[in-house]
Design a binder for this molecule. Structure first.
Ligand SMILES: [Zn+2]
Length: 154
């Protein structure tokens, strides 16, 4: 069978990984399948955070503008959780408990944002990604991401 154009685009990179650089549209969802979403992400820019939420949840996030995130299904299945008095809310599937994304507003991150938990993306192997680290526990957002994890107390 001859190779089609579609096969060529799916050819893995030299290390066996898909090419994740640049903004691409990905789909993802929770474990039980109730919550499904689509997002325009650059997976060369993903990070973990040491804040009390992210440490317990074990998420790896890609921060995007809210307009780059589209919930496809499961709105009625979502529950929100966050610190009282802040606009930063994490969404969970009420059935399987998986946290797919959060929404918030931080001036240091350019205002309103959505953070997608890239562990919930379809067909993305996080071990092929370079992870950066935020010092969210100390609200040290202006420091940006660095290559090694921040201690709880900076
Ligand atoms: Zn679910």
């Amino acid at each position: 069978m001859s190779q089609t154009q579609n096969d060529v685009q799916k050819t893995p990179g030299q290390n066996g990984a898909r090419n994740y650089s640049g903004v691409q549209t990905y789909q993802g969802g929770c474990s039980c399948g109730a919550v499904r979403y689509e997002a325009d992400l650059d997976l060369s820019n993903v990070g973990r955070c040491n804040c009390t939420f992210c440490t317990k949840y074990g998420t790896t996030g890609a921060i995007i503008k809210p307009a780059a995130f589209r919930l496809l299904s499961g709105k009625e299945q979502l529950s929100q959780y966050g610190r009282e008095g802040t606009p930063n809310q994490r969404s969970f599937c009420k059935r399987c408990g998986v946290h797919c994304f959060s929404e918030g507003d931080l001036p240091e991150l350019g205002g309103a944002f959505c953070s997608v938990n890239i562990n919930t993306l379809d067909d993305v192997d996080p071990t092929h990604l370079t992870i950066g680290y935020w010092d969210g526990r100390n609200d040290n957002w202006q420091a940006g991401m660095r290559p090694s994890p921040w201690p709880f107390k900076s």
